[in-house]
Design a protein around this ligand. Structure first.
Ligand SMILES: [Ca+2]
Ligand SMILES: [Ca+2]
Length: 140
């Protein structure tokens, strides 16, 4: 296990720890841990068990995410991206948007789309699909 970054992902004023739980050839699977009092709590996805954030991938597709207030209501959401090649140079992407409820995330909606891929700079179209950004930290 290695600490990848600290950030207040759920907006409660305390930082959560993003920890690499398993590292593949090109991907990093992170768990999220919150410290409350002296208790360390692993963030879960409601109904699914511990939340695992997949970050990275080969050059032309991959996964990532961000902590972001998607709907502008002042509360942060967790957004997880995934991009894969669809047909020819066409890439398909999806964003899963989760709401926070204490130390759990609840799936809210999936947004999908596609774009013509012309190289890694196109990462920006979906918010950087090889990276995870939260508060002040970015991990690849
Ligand atoms: Ca927090
Ligand atoms: Ca929000």
């Amino acid at each position: 296990m290695a600490l990848r970054g600290l950030a207040d992902a759920n907006g409660d004023g305390l930082q959560e720890a993003f920890v690499s739980l398993s590292r593949g050839a090109a991907n990093d699977f992170m768990g999220v841990f919150a410290l409350t009092g002296s208790e360390l709590i692993q963030v879960e996805e409601a109904g699914e068990g511990p939340l695992l954030i997949d970050v990275g991938g080969p050059a032309d597709f991959g996964s990532g995410g961000a902590c972001k207030d998607v709907d502008g209501d002042g509360n942060p959401e967790l957004v997880l991206f995934e991009v894969h090649s669809a047909q020819g140079s066409r890439h398909a992407w999806k964003k899963d948007i989760y709401e926070w409820e204490g130390f759990r995330v609840l799936f809210r909606e999936k947004v999908t789309g596609s774009f013509e891929y012309r190289g890694r700079k196109d990462d920006r179209r979906v918010g950087g699909f090889h990276e995870f950004r939260c508060g002040g930290f970015v991990t690849y």
